[in-house]
Design a protein around this ligand. Structure first.
Ligand code: ZN
Length: 166
């Protein structure tokens, strides 16, 4: 799903059944993420409005973390303790575009795995950015929604241009 599709701009529904259908969705999401060379993917990016994301992403020490979080809640350091990473961000739903977006350099997501067991993932560096980005997706927001209006317009215009050309 690309920017503009309503499923990306609508908050996802919580998962209520941890069944084979959910596990099949998670398998599909890992396959889609790897096919697109992504480090994370939210269910609504493949058109399913459920609170599920998958990730396979390095942290600040270049240690790879892989998993799924169902019904995640995001935990960030308190405002006084928060340090911002000024790095660039991109999204498989706005392909080819990147923009600097300050994000907390630490984040955690708490939720459940596909079997319904509690899971928590704590991340630094790119993984911290990924966790924030994926939970934003599930809340119906794209990273470009957090950019200054002018920058957001530029990113969208460049995307439209490459889409037409492509
Ligand atoms: Zn994304």
């Amino acid at each position: 799903m690309r920017v503009g599709d309503p499923v990306l701009h609508t908050p996802c529904e919580p998962v209520t059944r941890f069944d084979d259908e959910l596990r099949a969705l998670v398998d599909d999401m890992f396959a889609s993420m790897y096919a697109a060379d992504g480090v994370g993917l939210a269910a609504n990016q493949i058109g399913v409005s459920l609170r599920v994301f998958v990730y396979d992403c390095p942290d600040a020490d270049d240690v790879r973390h892989r998993g799924v979080v169902v019904n995640p809640t995001l935990e960030l350091p308190g405002l006084g303790a928060r340090r911002l990473d000024p790095g660039e961000e991109g999204c498989l739903s706005v392909p080819g575009q990147y923009a600097p977006l300050p994000r907390s350099d630490r984040a955690a997501a708490h939720g459940f795995d596909a079997e319904g067991r509690p899971v928590s993932v704590e991340g630094t560096g790119m993984l911290a950015r990924c966790l924030q980005h994926e939970v934003d997706h599930l809340d119906g927001h794209l990273y470009i929604d957090r950019l200054p209006a002018k920058r957001r317009k530029q990113v969208l215009a460049a995307y439209e241009q490459s889409y037409k050309a492509g």
